[in-house]
Design a binder for this molecule. Structure first.
Ligand code: PMP
Length: 312
């Protein structure tokens, strides 16, 4: 695997960082997860601009200043795709504080810590094993809580400690995924995906107070509304979850995945519901539509003015 690290493409084994990197000790890193899809014209990263914008917003929330422009990051992503000969892929940009001060206020420390940026990509066909049959989820003992509203919308590495623990705990008890509650016992989200309930034709999703305002979540809400469903953001409880006709998760990695059982209790008929099925299909169609509507763009600065083969 080749990665782009601080402006250069290199084999992943050659990109080294100090064990004294601030991010390694304190989780001061932000990242993105972007999916690229194969098209008739090559590959196309879905909602690339929205993901790059969120990377910058996440960075601002934790005080990181990314030393590259949005356009440079877009070019670097294309370079990583090409160098690794990928079409269908998961793309991971990661910005983080490197070695320098070990104090918590890295921005004003006498020896400022450098901000590194790494971009990798790999083939990751399905986040969940066998999502077609629907997931068996559990309500986690772990809680989704953020120390500020700004941080709640940052895709920050530190947040994922509780996601990892909740996911491992769920798997350890034989489930596919965990659903996390907030401190007020309201549904928040899954470990790396947003949650949707369907009841009597109404599609609802928890408020983004203790959940990431996922890019897939926004896309699914738009698609569902355009298809004639009533869609609301509102607080819901575990009882609402168990009494839903259908439950599904959304995220870049998992796309739209049905949840058919929660803590051993069937959701609705215990099979993939018709609304979930339709929304999953609409999402797949939207990916195809956006992929073919992409404007060809140079894949790397050196290619400008040359062939645009294998571009968006
Ligand atoms: N919540 C969390 C905690 C996540 O990590 C993700 C994945 N980025 C999501 C929700 C879904 O976000 P998106 O649709 O933007 O991938």
């Amino acid at each position: 695997m080749k990665v782009w690290f601080d402006g250069k493409i290199q084999p992943v084994g050659e990109s080294t960082v100090s064990v004294m990197s601030h991010a390694l000790h304190y989780g001061t890193a932000v990242f993105e997860g972007i999916r690229s899809y194969k098209t008739d014209f090559g590959y196309s990263p879905f909602k690339l601009d929205a993901h790059i914008l969120r990377l910058f917003r996440s960075a601002r929330a934790v005080g990181l200043q990314i030393p590259f422009s949005e356009e440079e990051i877009g070019d670097a992503i294309h370079q990583v795709m090409i160098e690794n000969d990928l079409q269908e892929a998961y793309i991971r940009p990661l910005a983080f504080f490197g070695e320098g001060s070990m104090g918590l206020d890295v921005k004003s420390a006498a020896r400022a810590n450098p901000t590194h940026l790494m971009i990798s990509a790999w083939s990751w066909p399905s986040y969940f094993d066998g999502p077609g049959r629907g997931l068996r989820a559990t309500v986690s003992v772990h809680r989704r809580r953020f120390s500020s509203p700004t941080l709640s919308q940052a895709k920050a590495a530190g947040h994922y400690l509780s996601s990892c623990c909740a996911h491992m705990e769920a798997k350890g008890r034989g489930f596919d995924e965990a659903i996390l509650l907030d401190d007020e016992n309201h549904l928040a989200e899954a470990t790396a995906a947003n949650l949707f309930l369907v009841r009597d034709g109404l599609v609802s999703t928890p408020l983004p107070r203790n959940a990431l305002r996922g890019i897939t979540r926004e896309t699914v809400m738009e698609l569902a509304r355009a298809a004639g469903y009533r869609v609301v953001e509102r607080s819901s409880t575990v009882a609402d979850l168990l009494n839903a006709d259908e439950v599904f998760l959304t995220g870049t990695a998992c796309e739209v995945v049905p949840v058919v059982e929660v803590d051993g209790q069937a959701i609705g008929a215990g099979t993939v519901g018709s609304v979930t099925f339709r929304i999953a299909r609409l999402y797949a169609q939207e990916i195809r539509r956006a992929s073919t509507a992409g404007t060809p763009r140079p894949t790397r600065p050196a290619d400008r003015g040359q062939s645009t083969a294998r571009q968006m």
